[in-house]
Ligand binder design. Structure first.
Ligand code: SF4
Ligand code: FES
Length: 374
């Protein structure tokens, strides 16, 4: 039976694709939008107003680097007026003096600051940006001085997995209340760079032990969230909490999408805010309805006891690896293609990588023409 569509709770607003860093693990689409394609201030304000009317309770302001939007204070103020919880997701590089304080005054609730490495050399190598680490440390201090709660986000892959204990020390030293050890998801630029980023199985196992011990040791001091690596799992994650279930995202040009990589599913058509209202997109868009609930599922998901736990996993990963967006996510042990995940891990281990990996990365850059492959 088809369930009624409930209102969304969360929204990820990718305000811009511009960014001072060029991280190879970025989940942004391979085809990045230039500044002249970005929605203007009025467009975002109108979208946020409609999101609040629709029931959205929290908005993650992301990018690219969202602080590159000159109107960010106004956008935060608009959301704060409507009582929407705001989380700023920033790389923390190049934020002008006084701006963090003005975000706080406008009503910002929380900041999530990414570190590409626990040490300067790693941060600079992964982000391809000299001096980035020092600037991030300074940004973290300013965030705390402005009285804002801080989460450190550590995107983990082959080139920084051994630094997990150091990430924990770093987050503690910066007064973070939360640390996200987030193993990279292979979408967008990360999919292009999969062979260069994929860790070894033994390193993943060591990482799990380190994280579990730290979670126990730091209980009540700092929360450590752990995003497990899909390729090493036996069950998939409920991507976005389930397709069009309680969250969505908006690209810089106002295209409303069920998830990060949805645009890779070329059989779907995505509406742009302004052409349709947000409520109409959420309820009526054929793309949002394509994989909502469980009616679309094939076997083994269709009759599986976990179908309302993980919602069949990630549709974009199913397309990238199984060639069918409606297939069971191959991360699942019940998928007939599950062995392909192990083969891709082995393929990455066999791929030629230099000692530091740098020259094997395809660094993220607007205008760079790229084609992800499965
Ligand atoms: Fe989830 Fe489908 Fe695997 Fe069941 S078969 S665990 S619903 S992905
Ligand atoms: Fe699209 Fe997972 S990224 S469903």
């Amino acid at each position: 039976m088809t369930e009624p569509v409930l209102p969304p709770i969360g929204m990820l607003a990718e305000l811009t694709h511009r960014c001072p860093l060029q991280c190879a693990y970025c989940s942004n689409p391979a085809e990045l939008l230039k500044a002249n394609r970005e929605m203007d201030t009025q467009g975002w304000v109108s979208l946020f107003e409609q999101a609040a009317d629709l029931g959205v309770l929290q908005v993650h302001l992301s990018g690219g680097e969202p602080t590159l939007r000159a109107d960010l204070v106004d956008l935060i103020a608009c959301l704060a007026r409507r009582g929407v919880y705001t989380n700023l997701i920033t790389a923390g590089v190049g934020i002008a003096e006084g701006r963090i304080e003005s975000f706080a005054e406008a009503g910002l609730d929380h900041v999530q600051l990414s570190f590409q490495g626990a040490f300067a050399a790693t941060t600079e190598k992964i982000g391809n940006a000299r001096g980035a680490h020092e600037k991030k440390l300074e940004t973290a201090r300013r965030i705390r001085a402005a009285g804002l709660p801080l989460t450190i986000n550590a995107p983990i892959h082959r080139h920084n997995m051994e630094e997990v204990p150091d990430f924990i020390d770093l987050a503690l030293s910066l007064g973070a209340e939360r640390l996200e050890i987030a193993n990279v998801q292979y979408a967008g630029w990360a999919l292009l760079n999969r062979n260069a980023l994929m860790p070894q199985r033994e390193a993943v196992e060591r990482q799990v032990e380190v994280v579990e011990a730290a979670q126990e040791r730091l209980r009540g001091i700092m929360t450590i969230d752990f995003v497990t690596p899909d390729y090493f799992a036996i069950y998939p994650k409920p991507c976005m909490g389930g397709w069009a279930r309680d969250a969505f995202m908006v690209a810089p040009d106002g295209t409303v999408l069920p998830c990060h990589a949805a645009a890779t599913i070329k059989t779907l058509h995505f509406e742009r805010f302004g052409d349709w209202t947000l409520s109409r997109i959420w309820h009526e868009s054929s793309a949002f309805n394509a994989f909502r609930g469980t009616d679309w599922m094939q076997e083994p998901c269709r009759s599986c006891e976990r179908r309302e736990i993980d919602w069949g996993g990630c549709r974009c990963q199913a397309l990238a690896i199984a060639g069918d967006a409606a297939a069971t996510d191959p991360a699942c042990i019940k998928s007939p293609l599950h062995a392909r995940m192990g083969a891709l891990i082995n393929e990455a281990a066999g791929a030629s990588t230099s000692a530091n990996g740098a020259e094997t990365f395809t660094y993220r850059r607007i205008g760079r023409v790229t084609e992800p492959t499965a």
